[in-house]
Ligand binder design. Structure first.
Ligand code: CP3
Length: 340
């Protein structure tokens, strides 16, 4: 078989796989004791992202424990602003902080420098691939230009899309220059990750909600379409999952149709009857809080999702990342339920 039996890649090729392949956004992280132990020794999250040996170990931790169908490399979407020359820090229980920008002028434009600053991700991919079971899909990823722009404009995360929106409304031209530069760096990063061994890549547009429809077209759909085209120009078979989190149903449908992604990842609010009617492979969308509560509620939700998506190309995942307070046993129960 061309994809050497990788179940998740088969879904991205449009096939129906039963039981559905499963991985979870943020499957590596603070809910796992073995992660917390390594993190305590490393000191900081950013140090671990940029150390390929540590990042490889962390990527493999949830694979060893749960046998997911895919491993996603341990890294962060803010490596791209870092490659563009911004200082990035992660403060304990505060989240990411970066030097804000109000123009694209001072940002790094040399792809050779981007590549060098992003190289820990490529080293990590090579090391993970060498250690991963042949049937496990290896995923790379990047943030989408709009979401990265929200962090660059505000200098932080959270509900801070305001700074980026104000910039985009006041000065569409210079905001467009920023989105294009981010898109160039993201496309180069995705291509390099595929070259380093990623079987597929996911584009995270975590702040895609709440945009007026015409603005969603300009800041979410158009930059993503441009990235997909540029990646496919270099890698015609590239498999790309798009996650414009909490876009409206109409926004999701347009994104799926117009960007050219192979699969659409949807958040918790998307109705499963609607998901089952889409004509692209779908990923999602269990509520991460059900994984915290576990028990019968979790089992019923898993069964319901699988039942309704039966006969469709579907990847089982959450609607957003695993929460820190998630008991690892509940994750094991989820995987067992899916495969029983
Ligand atoms: O999914 C995975 O397991 C792969 C690794 C991964 C991380 N971040 C590790 C991480 C991925 C794919 C991301 C993507 C990412 N990073 C997104 C898009 C997805 C989403 O959640 O919407 C965003 C917005 C970021 C930026 C970011 N990184 C924030 C806002 C935070 C702080 C929030 C928090 O939970 O503390 C991070 C830190 C981060 N990225 C952690 C992990 C495991 C927590 C690090 C720690 O404190 O140990």
């Amino acid at each position: 078989m061309k994809n050497s039996g990788k179940r998740l890649v088969s879904v991205l090729e449009g096939q129906t796989v039963s039981p559905p392949p499963v991985w979870l956004m943020r499957q590596a992280g603070r809910y796992l004791p073995e992660y917390r132990e390594l993190r305590a020794r490393a000191g900081s999250f950013w140090t671990m992202c940029n150390d390929p040996d540590m990042a490889t170990e962390i990527t493999l931790q949830p694979i060893r424990r749960f046998g997911f169908d895919a491993a996603i490399i341990f890294s962060d979407i803010l490596t791209v602003p870092f490659a563009l020359g911004r200082k990035v820090t992660f403060e304990e229980s505060v989240g990411p902080r970066l030097e804000p920008v109000s123009s694209a002028d001072g940002l790094e434009r040399d792809p050779a420098i981007w590549r060098q600053k992003l190289s820990p991700a490529y080293e990590t991919l090579k090391k993970v691939r060498a250690a991963l079971p042949a049937e496990t899909t290896l995923l790379g990823f990047a943030g989408a230009p709009w979401t990265l722009a929200t962090y660059l404009a505000a200098g932080r995360g959270g509900d801070e899309q305001k700074a980026a929106k104000l910039w985009g409304y006041r000065d569409p031209e210079s905001f467009g220059v920023l989105l294009d530069l981010l898109g160039d760096c993201v496309a180069a990063h995705l291509i390099a990750q595929i070259e380093a061994g990623a079987d597929a890549v996911q584009i995270f547009d975590s702040w895609a909600s709440g945009l007026p429809a015409d603005v969603f077209t300009r800041w979410v759909i158009a930059p993503t379409k441009r990235i997909v085209e540029n990646v496919r120009a270099a890698k015609p078979d590239a498999k790309i999952i798009g996650f414009p989190r909490a876009a409206t149903l109409q926004g999701y449908e347009r994104y799926a149709r117009e960007t050219g992604v192979n699969a659409l990842s949807v958040d918790t609010s998307a109705p499963v009857d609607w998901m089952a009617k889409l004509d692209v492979p779908v990923q999602g969308n269990l509520d991460p809080l059900l994984l915290v509560t576990g028990g019968d509620g979790l089992a019923r939700a898993v069964d319901g999702l699988v039942e309704k998506m039966r006969g469709r190309p579907f990847i089982f995942n959450l609607g957003h990342g695993v929460l820190q307070e998630t008991p690892p046993d509940h994750v094991a129960a989820l995987v067992a339920r899916l495969r029983s």
